[in-house]
Design a protein around this ligand. Structure first.
Ligand SMILES: *Cc1c(COP(=O)(O)O)cnc(C)c1O
Length: 831
């Protein structure tokens, strides 16, 4: 797989220049970069210097391709995708770029010849944690696939100075540490001081007559900052295409002369600068529920305004008149965080480019598409009208006008249905009037999609039902995917090599459906044995890493049962915990029985203000402390919490899992992508019929998937009848005993109150129906243990899981967006 790929030289002398691809060229470039960029001789270089030199060596080769791509796109007039996302959870760049450049292997050899510790160099990179979880990681996978498929694209987002916090575990509790990822410099980005746009806030609007005597609106803001571009090149795998990730940093405005406003007020002037820079200072660490804070609205408007101005600039520079803007660009809204772009583009078209409402609206709608990511009503974003008016008075006028025209359309279509009109309005009326961002996104877009088949069906019947009734043709499904480059080739090189060998080629790296070739070897005992050795090696690596970083000992022969994802009640880490407590009790009651040894491994961050999620982390660590120190059960059960679950640590985890926990309450997880990463690495899934689990099960076959629990329909039914967790607690003595054991103080040094908020909540409210699915989950876990006792069958199922994962490549997802939503053709750039 990671063979050096000979490539066309840019110039005949390329092999001898700075960006040559041979081992000799790489070695020379590395030594030069260490000296000329880091200013170090080998003898005094720090590990960080060594990493930087490697990063620059890779970057030089990206830039060579980037220049070529940019020139090519400019002449080809291809439609360009603008992927607007408040989050990009990229993960470390170096290893991924080496793979995509086709020089992973030769770089390793070059490193060895230079006597470098290649693994330590890769380890040195600090990942840009510019996202919370699945949504941000999806954006990153999509960037990789867009480039690999040769689709011209720009990712637009925010260059947060502090990304998602680093998680430490102290005394069993999560402690948040600030993420200072830029501290040592970021070799992957290129600052573009000349690509800089004004962004305004506050003030009021005025009407005036333009030169043609038409009435126009002018916004007179009372604050202006500036957004500066930082570009990161994103290279596709085995192609010449390099796309751009353009992230905006907020700075004090140069043109806005605050000195004039603050004569002699030096501190006031500095304060204004600090206030400006605050806007891109920190990522909000809440995953699903929205933090309705003023700064967040400022952030959203900030990046959206810079991005729209940039797109207009690009268009005017290359294509020309704005009438063809929608033919040049497809703008995808990754959730509602960038939905303000609809109002901003309208404002720019009308106020700055003199378009009529009708013209502007036609182009705007043909430009935007919206991806919905959640079914949780509490996660649907709204902004208070009063806050919006104070910050964005002109945009409020535009939203009102969009709404006025839209509701007239609704009234004509659904005559005399004012309740429906009220539900569809962009404004939720009441004491606290609020703007509904999902409604704005749907009205302003020509296509709306969910992220898994079940989710796309559910949005049509629940949160977006009224819109589906009005515009059924607008609705699509694009099931999420993940990139096999990062999540198999980079993170699981042993498996990657084995797959390539068995399939007889590395075509699967570009076309994941080629994994089907594995299927006919699934029963081959020889392959099964090798498959198992690969898995055990990954488990050994993980166990060693956990030993160094979290303490504890895991036996690589045990079944590694892994749940790694953000901590959320709906994801039900506490259901997993109840099974662990039950397993523990069973061993204690039957010490001589032959149990299947399991290592339960968790990873995941909780939002800093999410009390119950943090208490669940404490409970996991508390159970771990007791169980891991109980010699009676030690041979059968271990519990570990991997601290600071991020992309880098995920890459250690996915290859080492035997069992993937995907146990959300049916109807709550939009898609999930962790489920795909695990399965691609040979883990079997225990899961509910939720999100993309449904399709994973369809693909891998019901026999190769551990299904349990209520369906979304059964959940709806039970909730409408009135769900009473209390009855389950009293009706199932094992369940009662597990909850009571938690309350007994066994896991809390005798404190019988510590976990009460969690257990009381479960017994009395249990909004995600943990107790209702408890029994089915235990029975399913018994089936897992039984299956594990037959290693050859387990390996067979594992091979089949991998063989049938073709659908879940983000390449397939992007191809579907390109065909069904963007109407875009690839523009491959030759190497
Ligand atoms: C893939 C990924 C996620 C998403 O996991 P889900 O199980 O789909 O919620 C979250 N965080 C990181 C770091 C990931 O890589």
């Amino acid at each position: 797989m990671t063979k050096a790929q000979p490539s066309e030289p840019l110039s005949p002398a390329r092999e001898h220049t700075r960006t040559g691809m041979s081992k000799t060229a790489l070695k020379q470039a590395y030594i030069d970069n260490l000296f000329y960029i880091q200013g170090r001789f080998r003898e005094v270089a720090t590990p960080h210097d060594l990493y930087m030199a490697a990063a620059f060596t890779a970057r030089d080769r990206l830039l060579a391709r980037w220049v070529k791509s940019a020139q090519f796109y400019k002449t080809s007039h291809a439609r360009t995708v603008c992927y607007l996302s408040a989050e990009f959870l990229l993960g470390p760049h170096l290893a991924n770029n080496l793979v995509n450049l086709g020089i992973a292997q030769v770089s390793r050899e070059a490193g060895e010849e230079l006597d470098l510790d290649f693994a330590a160099i890769l380890e040195e990179e600090e990942e840009p944690g510019l996202g919370n979880g699945g949504l941000g990681r999806l954006a990153a996978c999509f960037m990789d696939s867009l480039s690999t498929l040769g689709i011209p694209a720009i990712g637009y987002g925010i260059r947060y100075e502090f990304g998602i916090f680093d998680q430490a575990i102290e005394n069993g509790w999560q402690v948040e540490k600030s993420d200072t990822w830029l501290r040592n410099g970021n070799p992957w980005e290129i600052p573009r001081p000349k690509i800089c746009f004004p962004v305004r806030y506050g003030g009021h609007t005025e009407q005036y007559r333009n030169h043609d005597g038409q009435t126009r609106t002018r916004w007179v803001p009372d604050m202006e900052i500036c957004g500066m571009a930082y570009d990161t090149p994103i290279l596709g795998y085995g192609v010449g295409n390099v796309n751009l990730l353009r992230l905006w940093k907020a700075e004090a405005s140069q043109s806005f002369d605050f000195q004039a406003f603050n004569v002699g007020d030096y501190y006031g002037a500095v304060h204004a600068k600090i206030e400006a820079e605050t806007i891109s200072k920190v990522l909000y660490p809440n995953d699903e529920p929205e933090a309705g804070k003023e700064l967040r609205l400022k952030q959203q408007y900030f990046f959206v305004s810079c991005s729209m101005q940039d797109m207009i600039r690009l268009h005017l520079n290359t294509v020309g008149p704005l009438e063809t803007f929608a033919e040049k660009f497809a703008a995808q809204l990754n959730d509602t965080h960038p939905a303000l772009a609809v109002a901003e583009l309208m404002r720019l078209f009308m106020d700055d480019h003199d378009m009529t409402w009708e013209q502007a609206w036609d182009i705007t709608r043909r430009t935007f598409c919206y991806t919905n990511h959640t079914l949780l009503p509490e996660a649907l974003e709204t902004w208070s009208v009063s806050l919006f008016e104070r910050l964005l008075p002109r945009h409020l006028e535009i939203v009102y006008e969009i709404n006025r025209r839209f509701l007239d359309e609704v009234r004509v279509y659904f005559i005399r249905d004012e309740e429906r009109v009220a539900r569809m309005s962009l404004i939720a009326e009441g004491d606290d009037r609020r703007i509904r961002m999902a409604n704005l996104a749907v009205v302003g877009s020509h296509a709306v999609n969910g992220v898994a088949a079940l989710h796309s069906e559910l949005i049509k019947t629940t949160i977006l039902k009224d819109f589906h009734d009005l515009w059924p043709e607008k609705f699509h499904n694009v099931t999420n995917g993940v990139t096999q480059r990062r999540f198999v080739v980079v993170s699981n090189p042993r498996l990657s090599d084995l797959i390539t060998e068995i399939c007889g080629s590395d075509r699967w790296i570009r076309n994941l459906s080629c994994l089907r070739d594995l299927e006919r070897h699934a029963d081959d005992p020889d392959l099964q044995a090798r498959w198992r050795r690969v898995k055990i090696a990954a488990k050994r690596d993980l166990a060693a890493w956990l030993g160094r970083n979290a303490g504890g000992v895991l036996d690589p022969q045990a079944l590694f049962d892994v749940q790694a994802k953000r901590l959320h009640e709906y994801k039900r880490q506490h259901l997993n915990l109840l099974h662990i407590v039950r397993f523990y009790q069973r061993i204690k009651l039957n010490p001589n029985q032959d149990f299947v040894p399991r290592a339960f491994i968790f990873g995941g961050k909780a939002a800093p203000g999410y009390y119950l999620a943090k208490l669940i982390i404490k409970l996991i660590n508390s159970v771990a402390e007791v169980v891991n120190h109980d010699p009676q059960v030690n041979g059968f059960i271990r519990v570990a919490f991997l601290p600071d679950f991020n992309v880098k640590n995920g890459q250690r985890l996915y290859p080492a899992a035997d069992l993937s926990e995907q146990i959300s309450l049916a109807g709550k997880e939009a898609s999930g992508t962790g489920n795909m990463k695990f399965s691609m690495n040979g883990a079997l899934t225990i899961g509910t019929l939720d999100g993309a689990n449904v399709e994973i099960r369809e693909e891998v076959g019901a026999d190769n998937f551990f299904l349990f629990g209520m369906t979304a329909e059964e959940v709806r039914q039970k909730q409408s009848e009135g769900y009473r967790p209390w009855d389950y607690y009293h009706g199932d003595h094992e369940l009662k005993s597990d909850i009571d054991l938690i309350n007994s103080g066994l896991f809390s040094h005798g404190d019988t109150n510590l976990f009460r908020p969690l257990t009381d909540h479960l017994i009395n409210h249990d909004p995600f129906m943990v107790l209702a699915d408890y029994r089915a989950y235990l029975e399913c876990q018994d089936r897992v243990s039984e299956a594990w006792r037959n290693p050859s069958n387990w390996d067979r199922m594992s091979i089949l899981n991998v063989a049938r994962m073709g659908k879940f490549s983000s390449d397939r997802a992007i191809q579907e967006y390109a065909d069904n939503i963007w109407n875009i053709k690839p523009e491959p750039v030759d190497l």
